[in-house]
Design a protein around this ligand. Structure first.
Ligand SMILES: [Zn+2]
Length: 298
């Protein structure tokens, strides 16, 4: 049975040993407590060193690690971070090569596979739900908006930056692009739009009948429906998962209603949308599963 170390890096770094699509060790966490911005201040070599420590800790006592899988936010191709608005110091870093070399210094000789973190979540859901033969797509509704898909194909799918509005005033996306889904749905973008209210207050007020907030609640759901409808028209119907801390704002019947208005071709109507818990374990398993599949492709 292949023994793989799965790692995810976002606000925190988490690492664990994965065997047969299950976690086989307690998760290593850095920093141990939730600490905003700890990662963003760490230079690339510091991040690589910290990741290496987490990986060797997770591998402790296991000698025959066959691969290491790492999931990071951003556009990742061939082991290189091409862009990462949430971890800007990593832009251009040959992260797979750097980690490979650092691990070798610690006597660990293994392949390193790096993927986008939203894709890691999609792989993790495919593995933990026993659907490794299916197309899985997942929206992560958090500070930004992540869009992940499984199985692996070569390319870029920054679905969170899909354009869902042609209104020139829709300019709140973290990437600076106009009309993006993240500029409407992302937590950071919502705080910029409603400077006087927190996102939870906006949705509360919407449900209490406040006109401006209700309009926004509709826009928020139409944005998600539009982005999902676009993916359905590009890649076909199938399963969509919603995860991330802001799934608490999702009104599924409202979302399904908007989707129905946007997807009319009958071969595309066998889609479904489901909310799932965003747990660190699924993400770690996903990075490991993706690394195992990449090793088998090589
Ligand atoms: Zn954007």
């Amino acid at each position: 049975m292949a023994k793989i170390i799965g790692v995810t890096l976002s606000e925190r770094a988490l690492a664990g040993l994965v065997v047969d699509n299950k976690l086989a060790s307690p998760l290593q966490c850095f920093p141990a407590d939730e600490e905003d911005g700890a990662m963003i201040e760490m230079p690339t070599d510091g991040l690589v060193k910290m990741l290496c420590e987490q990986i060797t800790c997770a591998a402790k006592g296991t000698s025959d690690i066959s691969a290491v899988g790492v999931a990071l936010p951003g556009i990742i191709r061939n082991g290189v971070v091409e862009d990462s608005p949430n971890l800007p110091q990593l832009k251009g870093a040959r992260i797979a090569e750097l980690l490979f070399a650092k691990l070798a210094e610690h006597g660990m000789h293994t392949t390193v596979n790096v993927i986008n973190d939203a894709d890691g979540m999609a792989s993790g859901l495919a593995a933990t739900l026993g659907k490794l033969d299916r197309l899985i797509r997942v929206w992560t509704l958090g500070i930004g908006i992540g869009y992940g898909r499984y199985p692996f194909i070569d390319g870029v799918w920054e679905g969170g930056h899909g354009t869902v509005s042609l209104d020139e005033k829709e300019r709140y996306c973290g990437c600076g692009g106009l009309g993006h889904i993240e500029g409407i749905m992302g937590h950071r973008a919502m705080r910029l739009r409603f400077l006087d209210m927190e996102p939870e207050e906006v949705f509360e007020a919407a449900n209490a009948g406040d006109k401006r907030c209700l309009e926004f609640k509709k826009l928020w759901h139409r944005a998600l429906a539009a982005a999902t409808a676009t993916e359905i028209h590009q890649e076909g119907a199938g399963k969509f998962f919603l995860t991330g801390f802001n799934v608490r704002f999702v009104d599924l019947p409202l979302l399904r209603d908007y989707l129905q208005q946007m997807v009319k071709m009958s071969p595309l109507q066998s889609y479904s949308v489901e909310i799932v818990k965003d747990d660190a374990e699924t993400r770690v398993i996903g990075s490991a599963v993706a690394a195992e599949q990449a090793a088998n492709r090589a």
